[in-house]
Design a protein around this ligand. Sequence first.
Ligand SMILES: Nc1ncnc2c1ncn2[C@@H]1O[C@H](COP(=O)(O)OP(=O)(O)OP(=O)(O)O)[C@@H](O)[C@H]1O
Ligand SMILES: [Mg+2]
Length: 435
Amino acid sequence: MGEQEHSAGRRAAAPTQIGKYELLGEIGRGACGVVFKGFDPFLQREVALKVALHGADPERARGRGFFAEARAAGLLQHPHIVALYDAGVEAELSYLVMEYVDGHTLQPLCRPAGPRAPLAQILDIAFKSAKALDYAHGRGVLHRDIKPSNIMLTRDGVPKLMDFSIAEITGRSAVPGEARGVLGSPLYMSPEQIRRERLGPASDLYSLGAVLFQLLAGVPPFQEPDIPRLFRAIRHTPAPRLCELKPELPVAVSEIIERLLLKDPAQRFQSGRELASTLSRLFDRLRVADRQVSRRESHDSLRRLRFFSAFSDEEIDEILGASQMVTYSPGEALIREGEIDTAFFIMALGRAEIRKRGKLLHLLDKGDCVGEIGFLSTHKRTATVIATTRVLALKVNASRLEQTTRDCQLRFYKVFAETLIYRLSIASARLSAQP
Ligand SMILES: Nc1ncnc2c1ncn2[C@@H]1O[C@H](COP(=O)(O)OP(=O)(O)OP(=O)(O)O)[C@@H](O)[C@H]1O
Ligand SMILES: [Mg+2]
């Protein structure tokens, strides 16, 4: 391992190289090692190097354990698993070389006072982690140490599990015993891991459940002042119900976490795949619920517009089925002069202006309709409509409107006629006011 030469001639402790890898600086520290950002000069890529500082026995590392585990973890190639590229022993140090992830771990999203990730993102993390675990378990590799600091999120929010079976590789036992003092956090250990029983896929799923619990609630499922009480609680106390801590969460989400945290591994989800498919059914249900809410909100917001004052509730629902809500940023055009398009718009929110050859004709506000001439005549658009604020508008297409009931259509024609009469009266007032 090379060391930095200082001008004063004194040797600094910061290493600059390990094996063939250049060390670019420390990026993190765990219980038994330091993580450096590094560079692989042969493959010309950034890497992360995890160097075990103490506790790792190079003899043991050279033996079966270290390389067998590293080999097993190195076989994993999955979009949601940090790839392990290489492992080596140099002098008294053993090190692992892995994919460098530009992002952060889940730790900041797990703090009680920290930011809570949106539910959709937490479910996405759960789904992708479940797929990654299923993949690893299918290849005979258990993680054994799922916790917030072992799940990274890239800058784009893509989760990646890391440190598969690393507890074994770095000479640190994930099973509590004499090694208790050097354990990272036991907050996520499954009851069977505490009992030193055989671990299986359901053990990793328990730990994932504990992490998800904390992402959602801001606290882990069990919090006790000392390790013996914590271990007793994990073994014997049922996990608190999330829906009682966070009543705003969908009950189905709370039920999934509860099932992951059951004491008996046989009662949990049996595989990452089972968890992932339950989550994907939940996405669909939540999306439908979301659509229903937004439809009710749209209905209520249309009801409040004067355009719809003469429409019945059923007719408003009919219109919602035949149209779409569209948003525009300030400066964006709803309608362009010269184009042929038969849609018309009812402004639900915001303001816009009608311009003809650049000249301002009319200001539009919430509840106004626009584009009805194009709809009625199917001629080229005679003016441009530009949003001046953020606009939410109901866009109705001619062919869709024709599918609504006669009564509904008649009401539209009536409001259009009133709008046209109003615009005409303004135009003629302007004309007669001109000298
Ligand atoms: N592949 C990687 N890419 C980018 N950053 C990483 C990578 N691996 C680790 N880190 C950073 O290094 C920090 C320390 O990781 P490390 O695995 O050593 O400790 P830990 O998981 O917090 O604790 P423990 O030693 O108990 O596993 C992480 O929190 C993360 O910020
Ligand atoms: Mg780690």
